[in-house]
Write a protein that binds this ligand. Structure first.
Ligand SMILES: [Zn+2]
Length: 193
């Protein structure tokens, strides 16, 4: 069975080297919608695949890191990166360009990380991340599956190279959340949220 949780955020970017000059040469924003699609062949004690309430913790916090911020590509011009960081407190720097496709792959890896570190508390079994769908506009989206997120053909994404600004981290429930997830520290989900 598949279940889907929708998240939204407002974010700015430039997509270098894309075919459209408006996108590749101008800072602009989108109202993103992100669908997190989970699957399982089992139901938990509440007869659910995964209680949506649990996604409001770390999955929401990580996705919300992008809200009202700018997403930067570490391969961009150094002067641009420095200027953006100097004049905006909420930024996320990725080792890949922030196209909808790469957003879908990056967010897949982030959510996968949360799930793999999560100690389930309510009988959830074999909850898998089916896909991440990123809607950049009302008419276009990118959907990443596991094989896309880990694809070497599309370029491996090194999670260690994702950087969240100090203000973003300060708004998490634990400012070391990302470091802990990267270290594979187990996250205990509360039995009640
Ligand atoms: Zn755009």
């Amino acid at each position: 069975m598949l279940i889907r949780k929708l998240f939204k955020f407002e974010n700015a970017h430039i997509v270098r080297h894309c075919s459209t000059r408006r996108c590749s040469e101008n800072i602009h924003g989108h109202s993103y919608k992100v669908e997190v699609v989970l699957s399982s062949n089992y139901l938990d004690n509440g007869q659910m695949v995964y209680d949506f309430g649990l996604t409001k913790l770390y999955i929401k916090e990580l996705i919300d890191s992008f809200d009202h911020g700018i997403t930067l590509w570490s391969g961009d011009d150094t002067a641009y990166l420095e200027a953006m960081k100097a004049h905006s407190s909420r930024w996320v720097e990725l080792p890949v360009s922030p196209s909808a496709e790469q957003f879908a792959r990056v967010i897949y890896l982030m959510v996968e990380r949360v799930l793999s570190c999560t100690q389930m508390q309510n009988g959830e079994r074999e909850v898998e991340l089916h896909s991440i769908v990123v809607h950049e506009t009302d008419t276009g989206y990118a959907e990443a599956f596991k094989e896309d997120a880990h694809s070497e053909l599309m370029g491996k994404i090194d999670l260690n190279k994702i950087r969240f600004s100090p203000q973003v981290r300060s708004e998490w429930s634990d400012s070391e959340l990302w470091a802990k997830l990267l270290a594979g520290e187990p996250i205990k989900m509360p039995s009640k949220v």
